[in-house]
Design a protein. Structure first.
Length: 293
C-alpha cells in the first residue's frame, strides 16, 4: 500500500474482517495491535465501524486530523466511522478497544438523532472523578465482562450496556471533553446525505443513478464522493448496508427469511440468499442458526 494512499480497513487495523458478537460488538485489549506493528499504528480509517479506546495506563501519541496528542493518563477516545486516526505507542499500554457496528448502532438509537450525531466527532475524554465519567468507565468494564462471559441473555445485556454507554458519552458536558473534527467539505456532506437516503429508502432495487439523482449530482460524482470518503464504490456501500441490515432482521426469529427478503425489496428469496452468502459466507438460515451458538 502506498504511503500516500488512504488506508481503509473493514476490521481492526490491518484486517478486513471482524467477528462481532451477534453483529453488534467486538472487544479487544488495547496495545496488542500496536506491539504487532512495532508500536506504530499508521493513520487509517474503518468502514462502518465506531470505535472507543479506553487507555488505562501507559503513554501513546494519538494522531488525528494532522495533529499528534500525547496521552499519558487514563483517557477515553471515541472515533467515528471513516475517520483517519493512528497511534504511536511510547510504552506498554493497558486498556480496551470497543468496536461497534455503525449500522446496528444507528438502528438501536434511531429514535434519538441528537445522540447519533454526537458520535460523528472524535472525542478525547480524560478520566476524572466526575460522576458521569466514572459511570462511563464502569459501563465499559461491564461491557468487557459481559462480552467475555457465557451468561444466558448475553446479547440482550450487551445491547442494553452499549445503549447506556453511548447515551452516557453524549451526556458528558462539553467542558469535560474535547472534540477533533476536520471542517465539513462537499464530499463529506454528500456522503452523509447518501447514507441517510439509503437508510430512509431500505430498497435493494434502487439504483446508484437514482440515489445520485436524489442528491442532485451525477453517478460519476457520487462514485468520487464514496471513493474519497470511504474508499468504496456506491454499489459496495449499498451492498454492505443491506447485508448488515439483513443480519439485524434475521436476529428477529418472528420474521421468516422470505419476509426479511421482502422488507429489503429483493426480487425473490433465492436471490437474497445468494447475495447474503456471497458477502457473509453463510446462507440466511445458517446465519440465523449461528445466532444461537
Amino acid at each position: 500500500m502506498e504511503s500516500n494512499e488512504k488506508r481503509i480497513y473493514r476490521g481492526l487495523y490491518g484486517s478486513d474482517k471482524i467477528e462481532f458478537t451477534k453483529g453488534l460488538i467486538h472487544i479487544n485489549p488495547f496495545g496488542i495491535i500496536g506491539k504487532e506493528h512495532k508500536n506504530n499504528v499508521l493513520q487509517h480509517a474503518h468502514n462502518d465501524l465506531f470505535q472507543l479506546f479506553l487507555i488505562q495506563s501507559g503513554t501513546t501519541n494519538f494522531i488525528c486530523d494532522s495533529k499528534s496528542i500525547t496521552i499519558n493518563e487514563p483517557t477515553i477516545i471515541t472515533v467515528p466511522k471513516n475517520t483517519e486516526h493512528g497511534f504511536e505507542h511510547q510504552s506498554d499500554l493497558n486498556g480496551w478497544i470497543i468496536t461497534l457496528s455503525d449500522i446496528v448502532l444507528e438502528h438501536m438509537l434511531h429514535r434519538d438523532a441528537e445522540v447519533v450525531h454526537s458520535l460523528e466527532h472524535v472525542q478525547i475524554i480524560p478520566i476524572t472523578s466526575e460522576p458521569l465519567i466514572d459511570e462511563v468507565e464502569n459501563t465499559i468494564y461491564k461491557c468487557v465482562l459481559e462480552y467475555n462471559s457465557k451468561h444466558s441473555g448475553r446479547l440482550l445485556m450487551l445491547q442494553y450496556l452499549v445503549g447506556q454507554l453511548i447515551v452516557l458519552l453524549h451526556r458528558i458536558p462539553k467542558d469535560q471533553k474535547s472534540k477533533l473534527n476536520a471542517a465539513d467539505h462537499s464530499s463529506t456532506i454528500y456522503f452523509r446525505r447518501f447514507s441517510q437516503i439509503i437508510k430512509q429508502s431500505v430498497d435493494f432495487k434502487k439504483t446508484v443513478d437514482q440515489y445520485a439523482n436524489e442528491l442532485g449530482i451525477t453517478p460519476g460524482h457520487l462514485n468520487k464522493v464514496c471513493q474519497s470518503v470511504a474508499s468504496q464504490s456506491p454499489k459496495e456501500i449499498l451492498l454492505k448496508y443491506f447485508v448488515t441490515h439483513a443480519q439485524l432482521l434475521l436476529s428477529d426469529v418472528n420474521l421468516t427469511i422470505a419476509e426479511v427478503s421482502y422488507k429489503l425489496n429483493f426480487s425473490d428469496k433465492s436471490y437474497f440468499s445468494r447475495v447474503f452468502k456471497e458477502k457473509t459466507g453463510k446462507t440466511p438460515l445458517e446465519f440465523r442458526k449461528s445466532l444461537n451458538t
